[in-house]
Design a protein around this ligand. Structure first.
Ligand code: NDP
Ligand code: OXD
Length: 311
């Protein structure tokens, strides 16, 4: 039996589609009459405190989110394997966001918009893409997809990950010991890291000061991972004093971003409400129903979270 426990999304719609996809396999929702001991899989997004109560026969926890930082903090998380969402459609959507914002900063959008507002004709030429280095923090599923889509646009690319990576056309840096070298050659910093104790608050003033100052107006950051990665007070200070030329932020320390956040009013800050990459019902249903069928047939789970690493 599969139990759905999805908050802030249309759970009924997911349930209907999963029932269709899984044929005779029983799919239940919280209000239904069922024996919790018979639940073998639970499909979760923002699970409530009692989400796992009584689920003594659980074989896997299926996470609608690609990021599992919040799930791993659940006070009553059972010991079952956690499968996260890995999906080509999700990656494409994230890369769409990354490409849009990287390109915008590379073409000095902030500068030309200010000139337009001031009716100022200043022929400042943006650098060629090849003269601009995009540094991607996190070279996993999403980081690699973003690199694949930025490369044909001509950008110079570098990446930073926990373990070394060899990817054509991308200069790889790994580990804390190489973080400063990675930053020193980066003009536009893209964050696609998972949120773990090691990466919490990594987007801070000290990090920003280490970025290369080659782009007109200063380096830019693009954060599409988690709000916990960023110190918003530091971003406000950096955007105000010119340490950063611009910031694109899709995620925030508190979501929704509070009305009184100074970020709303900063001209060189580009805010989107955690929509960089939404999980598609169509591909999600395909992915998770196949996962359940395969696992019931004796195949191993894939994309299982390493709880020790935290992602
Ligand atoms: P992956 O697990 O595939 O990749 C994570 C990458 O980060 C890996 O390259 C890993 O290194 C690296 N990493 C982890 N810890 C460290 C560290 N301490 N130092 C350096 N590098 C580190 O994740 P995904 O690419 O699938 O997703 C990334 C994040 O994107 C998710 O965790 C989620 O929070 C966020 N996200 C945001 C969405 C949005 O709409 N805003 C939508 C979807 C996801 P290594 O390769 O060596 O293991
Ligand atoms: C995710 C997200 O982790 O939507 O998938 O943020």
């Amino acid at each position: 039996m599969l139990l759905l426990h999805l908050s802030d999304v249309d759970e009924n719609s997911w349930a209907t589609k999963l029932r269709d996809a899984l044929g005779g396999y029983r799919v239940v929702q919280r209000g239904d009459d069922f024996d919790p001991r018979e639940v073998r899989y639970i499909f979760v997004w923002k699970p409530k405190a009692d989400a796992f109560d009584g689920l003594t026969g659980l074989r896997a926890i299926l996470s609608l989110g690609a990021g599992v930082d919040a799930l791993l903090k659940h006070k009553a998380l059972p010991d079952a394997p956690i499968v996260r969402f890995v999906d080509a459609d999700l990656s494409q959507r994230m890369s769409d966001y990354v490409v849009a914002h990287v390109t915008m900063h590379h073409r000095l959008y902030t500068r030309f918009r200010a000139d337009q507002t001031a009716r100022r004709w200043t022929q400042l030429y943006p650098p060629a893409a090849s003269e601009t280095t995009v540094g991607i923090m996190g070279m996993g599923v999403l980081g690699q997809d973003a690199a694949k889509r930025l490369l044909p646009l001509g950008f110079t690319l570098r990446s930073w990950s926990r373990t070394p990576k060899t990817i054509d056309g991308v200069t790889g840096f790994a580990g804390q010991e190489n973080f400063d070298d990675f930053l020193a050659g980066t003009d536009i910093l893209v964050n696609l890291l998972p949120l773990t104790p090691e990466t919490t608050g990594i987007l801070n003033l000290e990090t920003f000061r280490k970025l290369r100052r080659k782009l007109d107006g200063g380096p830019a950051i693009v954060n599409a991972a988690r709000g916990g990665h960023q110190k918003e007070a530091d971003i406000v200070a950096a955007l105000t004093d010119g340490t950063l030329g611009a910031a694109s932020l899709d995620v925030f320390e508190t979501e929704p971003l509070p009305q009184d956040s100074p970020l709303w009013a900063i001209e060189n800050c580009y805010i989107t409400p955690h929509i960089a990459a939404i999980s598609s019902e169509t591909t999600g249903v395909r992915y998770f129903s196949q996962m359940i069928r395969d696992h019931e047939a004796g195949k191993p789970l894939i994309n299982v979270v390493d709880r020790q690493r935290g992602y």
